[in-house]
Design a protein around this ligand. Structure first.
Ligand code: ACO
Length: 330
């Protein structure tokens, strides 16, 4: 079967109503607005309500993306949810989203766990499945309710994360060399323990002791993650540019994973690009893991930062440690 171009037909995003500012956090733990802003660039993050699940947020973002594309749930035959915080371990969040959204029972539905790189992994998978001709229209959603897996007593990690969702609709196009023109995915599995949840999986189920020790929360070695993140994102960006014979200054907008402003600034320095070529909203959302890139992409599109003919570079790293980059010609 001939492969086709795959294009983004619509984008959407959703953030919960509740905003937790650095000032709010400084009343809960020993921290300050100044420390959080200078170390991470984050000013505030959104926190989901008790009855607002990952799949609920995913549905809100997906509806917005479908509206933007002028499509309905009935048009979708592939649904991928990139997340590390599915509502339940079983079944996949994608199946819950399918049901809530009213997507056909003939659609393929599954989750993608590649943490903060999950959206790029999901986008690449959807585009490959569509360009094969076996699927017509896909929803790729990044959605996270990180607030329940964050240890709110651990000040080095809890200040960094937030909840939210972003989505895109992907379809085929007959126009050559448009849409997703390349991706580079990879992982450093030997560094898994730099960012992980030690207990609660099948290898070491949660016990009363492990819960008392907080081992069901996300643990991170921040400094090591920082260094590997900069290296992995720089390499992922350079590799894909080289593969496609492009130089960094031909990129109109870089949409990086929004983990930390200092990481984004380091990438800008390595790629020798000014910061105004980078889309940044980490100040308002914190790190929303798999939701971060589609949320930023939606804001970038809707605020006019992306025009027809532009080339965007998406680049991410996350727990795993995974990394990924994608080039999109609009
Ligand atoms: N408020 C005030 N002080 C704090 C806080 C806080 N919230 N957190 C830590 N400190 C203190 C520390 O205790 C330490 O004090 P000490 O010097 O007296 O021991 C001091 O600040 C410095 O702490 P460091 O950990 O050395 O701070 P660093 O400059 O490395 O910044 C940070 C920490 C922000 C976590 C940084 O390492 C980082 O951003 N790492 C990358 C993390 C990341 O992006 N993770 C996302 C992974 S993506 C995914 O898949 C989920």
């Amino acid at each position: 079967m001939a492969t086709q171009s795959t294009v983004i037909l619509g984008t959407g995003s959703f953030a919960p109503e509740r905003v937790l500012t650095n000032a709010d956090l400084s009343k809960l733990i020993d921290t300050s607005d100044e420390w959080i802003r200078t170390r991470s660039g984050i000013r505030e993050r959104h926190i989901a309500g008790d009855h607002e699940s990952t799949s609920d947020m995913a549905v809100r973002a997906a509806k917005a993306a479908l509206d933007d594309a002028g499509l309905t749930p009935a048009d979708i035959d592939l649904l991928i949810v990139a997340t590390i915080t599915p509502d339940l371990v079983l079944p996949a969040a994608a199946c819950l989203v399918q049901d809530k959204l009213g997507v056909s029972t003939h659609a393929a539905c599954f989750d993608m766990n590649a943490a903060c790189s999950g959206f790029i992994y999901g986008l690449d998978t959807a585009c490959a499945m569509i360009s094969s001709g076996r699927y017509r229209k896909a929803l790729v959603i990044g959605a996270e309710k990180l607030s329940p897996i964050v240890d709110w007593k651990e000040r080095t990690t809890c200040v960094l994360f937030g909840d939210g969702a972003g989505a895109v609709v992907v379809g085929a196009s007959d126009e050559p060399n448009i849409g997703l023109i390349g991706t580079k995915l990879g992982a450093y599995g030997d560094s898994a323990e730099l960012l992980w949840i030690p207990k609660g999986g099948s290898d070491s189920p949660a016990t009363t002791e492990s819960i008392a020790a907080g081992e069901h929360f996300m643990k991170m070695k921040g400094k090591e993650v920082f260094k590997l993140a900069v290296r992995a994102m720089d390499e992922a960006a350079r590799d894909i540019l080289e593969q496609h014979g492009l130089s960094a200054d031909q990129i109109d907008l870089v949409i990086p994973h929004q983990a930390n402003l200092r990481i984004i600034e380091a990438i800008a320095k390595y790629l020798e690009l000014p910061m105004d070529r980078f889309f940044v909203n980490v100040d308002r959302y914190g790190n929303t893991s798999a939701a971060s890139i589609p949320l930023a992409l939606d804001e970038a599109k809707k605020s006019g930062r992306i025009k027809p003919g532009d080339i965007s570079l998406l680049v991410a790293f996350g727990a795993g440690l995974t990394y990924g980059s994608a080039l999109i010609r609009w």
